[in-house]
Design a protein around this ligand. Structure first.
Ligand code: ZN
Length: 60
């Protein structure tokens, strides 16, 4: 168990769904102390869409 990571990433019982998904997504990479809940698994398999960076205006 990755104690340091857990200490830095406490997930409150009232955490919103997106926070849980983000937590488990990161948790799965660094620790395996608990499986991802079946209810979250479909959400985890979908990568979060990264916002497209706005291209700076090209100088004329
Ligand atoms: Zn863990």
């Amino acid at each position: 168990m990755n104690r340091e990571w857990h200490a830095e990433h406490a997930l409150g019982s009232k955490a919103p769904l997106d926070a849980r998904v983000a937590w488990h997504r990161e948790h799965a990479q660094v620790c395996a102390c608990r499986p991802v809940p079946a209810s979250l698994r479909p959400l985890l398999s979908t990568p979060t869409p990264t916002p497209t960076p706005v291209a700076p205006p090209t100088p004329a």
